[in-house]
Design a protein around this ligand. Structure first.
Ligand SMILES: Cc1ncc(C[n+]2csc(CCOP(=O)(O)OP(=O)(O)O)c2C)c(N)n1
Length: 371
């Protein structure tokens, strides 16, 4: 028997775009989607400025990837569990978290739900069915398969979803999660946000697969490639795959093809590895102006409304971060609380030691810096 080399590497994944005949959100929802995309953009800008001026320690942004968050969450139920990576702040915001709670988290203020124990941008919104962010690449993918199996066992028609990057498809957890979900037809949606980079590693060096979506095929998981910069294409495909999963027809892997327009994080210098000229084409595909043009053309929004919205959203972001910056930090004692039922004497002794030193250190409170 002879096997041709081409048949082994062949891919059937066409890029899915917006279908004008497909399911459309109401005008009210379209406006909410656009407003959230703008909010995310201003949130990124503000976070980076806060980090660069030393007011917060670190940040990851989602510039360019707004449609992957907003298009997916708009198509889900508010009670579908989400297991995020660190680039999905749009999910809790869509589900009703306010900007202030995100701001408290990045400052690690006394009003942060994790009291500064997590890195900035590593949010937890359990009441919004949004699990804590883990920095460890890929761990959340298995959690989604587990939650999907739980929904299946309970006989509900909930789906569980997870987000991860192109680099995360090389993690062991990707394999484990898709293996079990495929075998058990678990109602899970796997959103692979292909932003083309895993820090400095371009996706072309990450895998020999032609497309990341192709990886789903081997697990018996429905696999699709979607234009991740077209919020309506993302919305329509997510809706269709969620309905399919709710009917018991199994999981789906959606490769959302997009591009990271900022460095990996505030600790990264992307000038050292970006391919020359690569960014330009992607700036032209920026999901926000694209969606804005659509809404203007359809008469959902007018130009004066767009301008007013931008001013309002920017002001809201500024106000939220101002409040968080002026909020005291958590009490030092909280450093050692919340893990042990009874705090070990050695830990308390360490903290007492730290407090004794702190008297002489005069650490600046982030709120001491002017905005
Ligand atoms: C298990 C593990 N290995 C390595 C790292 C270091 N690390 C942090 S982010 C990252 C790249 C992740 O890339 P990708 O999954 O494509 O997501 P993106 O950051 O592009 O959204 C790596 C390797 C980590 N956090 N966890």
């Amino acid at each position: 028997m002879t096997v041709s080399a081409s048949s082994q590497t062949q891919s059937t994944q066409a890029l899915i775009g917006f279908d004008p005949q497909g399911e459309m959100p109401s005008n009210e929802v379209l406006l909410k989607m656009y407003t959230l995309m703008l909010t995310l953009r201003f949130w990124d800008e503000r976070s980076l400025k806060l980090q660069r001026s030393g007011r917060i320690s670190f940040c990851v942004t989602t510039k360019g990837e707004e449609a992957t968050q907003v298009g997916t969450v708009a198509a889900l139920r508010a009670t579908d569990w989400v297991f995020p990576a660190y680039r999905q702040p749009g999910i809790p915001l869509w589900r009703g978290a306010n900007l202030e709670s995100l701001a408290h988290q990045i400052f690690g203020s006394a009003k942060d739900v994790s009291l500064g124990h997590q890195m900035p941008n590593h949010y937890s919104f359990h009441h919004l069915y949004y699990a804590s962010v883990s920095s460890v690449i890929g761990t959340q993918i298995v959690h989604a398969s587990g939650a999907a199996l739980a929904a299946q066992a309970k006989g509900t028609d909930d789906v569980a979803v997870t987000y991860f990057g192109d680099g995360s498809t090389s993690a062991n957890d990707f394999h484990s999660a898709l293996t079990v979900a495929g075998a058990k037809k678990a109602p899970a949606l796997f959103f692979c946000v292909n932003n083309h980079y895993a820090i400095s590693l371009h996706v072309s060096q990450q895998t020999g697969a032609k497309y990341l979506a192709d990886k789903g095929v081997g697990y018996g998981v429905k696999a699709l490639r979607v234009d991740g910069n077209d919020v309506l294409a993302v919305y329509q495909t997510t809706l269709a795959m969620a309905e399919r999963a709710r009917r018991g027809e199994g999981p789906a892997l959606l490769e959302l093809v997009t591009y990271r327009l900022n460095p990996h994080s505030s600790s990264d210098d992307d000038a050292r590895y970006r391919l020359k000229g690569e960014m330009d084409g992607w700036i032209d595909k920026d999901p926000i102006p694209r969606f804005e043009a659509f809404l203007l053309e359809k008469g959902v929004l007018s130009l004066p409304q767009v301008d007013a919205l931008k001013i309002q959203v920017e002001a809201d972001v500024l106000e939220a971060t101002k409040i968080a910056q002026e909020t005291p930090l958590p009490d030092w004692q909280t450093l050692i609380e919340g893990v042990y039922a009874e705090i070990p004497a050695t830990l308390q002794a360490d903290l007492d030691d730290l407090l004794a030193h702190e008297q002489g250190l005069s650490l600046p409170h982030p709120g001491a810096f002017p905005l």
